[in-house]
Design a protein around this ligand. Structure first.
Ligand code: AMP
Length: 196
């Protein structure tokens, strides 16, 4: 069983256009608080990220925000968190978020969210960490990205065993269940194409 006391949530700094995104943010926050799972996130008070954090706090859970100084100074930092770390750069931020977390969830979002989840998937793929990474596919939002991962696998850029590192569900409880039974594999990334 993978240890899961702290989970990092990557998600939009905007609320998105589908009301289901905000509902899923509330549900995720409630689930984390009720299950005693501490949340790590980008430290903003805006969009879906603000909503997940607000809900965890309102439900009596713990939230650690990690925000670069530039963003904090633009006054988007969340002021009501268990802890807020203000760091010097985006790179420092992502390193600290990863260090503090036992697993990573991406909810709907834009470039920031895509970049964050793909980076931690890469770290697990390369064996730099053994932490589960998953996509919360709210209302099919990530269907095209998931198809792209499949296409990259078919085209020999992602090994099928690495493709399986990306856990997917449309429900947070189910996704966290998958995290708990996650087993990293230790496959070399650079194999000849016959082994794919
Ligand atoms: P995006 O999906 O492009 O809205 O970016 C959201 C992700 O990037 C979040 O998971 C944050 O870690 C980071 N991020 C982007 N904008 C902000 C912001 N205004 N405040 C804090 N973090 C942000």
């Amino acid at each position: 069983m993978t240890k899961l006391s702290t989970v990092c949530v990557f998600c939009g700094s905007n609320p998105g256009t589908d009301p289901e995104f905000m509902e899923a943010a509330t549900e995720t926050g409630r689930f984390l608080a009720e299950n005693g799972i501490r949340m790590v996130f980008g430290g903003g008070r805006v969009g879906l990220m603000g909503q997940v954090a607000d809900t965890v706090m309102a439900e009596g859970g713990e939230v650690i925000g990690v925000i670069p100084r530039d963003l904090a100074e633009k006054e988007v930092a969340h002021q009501n968190l268990t802890e807020l770390h203000v760091v010097n750069s985006m790179h420092e931020r992502k390193a600290l978020m990863a260090k503090l977390s036992d697993g990573f969830v991406a909810m709907p979002g834009g470039f920031g969210t895509f970049e964050e989840i793909c980076e931690v998937i890469t770290w697990t793929q390369l064996g730099f960490q053994e932490k589960p990474c998953g996509i919360l596919n709210v209302n099919g939002y990530y269907a095209d990205l998931i198809s792209l991962f499949d296409k990259a696998t078919e085209n020999g850029f992602i090994h099928s065993q690495h493709r399986r590192l990306v856990l997917v569900s449309d429900r947070i409880d189910d996704l966290i269940e998958k995290f708990r039974s996650f087993k990293p594999n230790h496959l070399e990334k650079w194999l000849d194409k016959d082994s794919i």
